[in-house]
Design a binder for this molecule. Structure first.
Ligand SMILES: [Zn+2]
Length: 159
């Protein structure tokens, strides 16, 4: 980006120098050639300016997306669904009316909001899959000495 800005400034400076040199030219052919070169330089500078403006818009959108993700991230907290099974769940103090859900920890770390979808609801084991990265997790409903509650059929998760 900085290199592109300097290139753009360089193109404008070259055009300016060429215009200045034109003042001392009395030969018509030489002057016409210089004008064509000058027009070419101006076009080149304009193209670079358009490219920089487009890149600037892209970067502004990236920043806005990052800020939006930062806000979204604050609504979730890391939670353990089973030993070594990590997901992100909505914080208790977040009070929107969305149904209970888990977010994939892999995708969360990569800056993406991706939901775990239940693929199997068993008597003792539930399975969930992230459709973004393909991560699958198993959650035992009641193992020996542990009780990890999976998402309830309706309503909010018990945390
Ligand atoms: Zn994922």
């Amino acid at each position: 980006m900085v290199g592109e800005i300097f290139a753009s400034i360089g193109a404008v400076k070259t055009a300016f120098d060429m215009a200045k040199a034109l003042q001392g030219t009395h030969d018509a052919t030489q002057r016409d050639r210089a004008i064509i070169d000058l027009q070419r330089q101006i076009l080149s500078a304009q193209e670079e300016q358009f490219a920089l403006a487009a890149r600037n818009r892209e970067l502004e959108k990236e920043i806005a997306d990052l800020k939006s993700w930062e806000d979204e991230k604050r609504r979730y907290k890391m939670t353990s669904l089973a030993p070594n099974v990590i997901a992100f769940a909505e914080r208790q103090d977040v009070n929107d009316r969305s149904p209970a859900h888990y977010l994939c920890a892999n995708c969360f770390a990569a800056g993406r909001k991706s939901f775990f979808q239940q693929t199997i609801r068993g008597n003792r084991l539930d399975r969930y899959k992230c459709n973004s990265c393909g991560e699958e997790i198993s959650v035992t409903k009641d193992g020996p000495g542990h009780h990890y509650s999976a998402l309830p059929p309706t309503g909010r998760m018990d945390r």
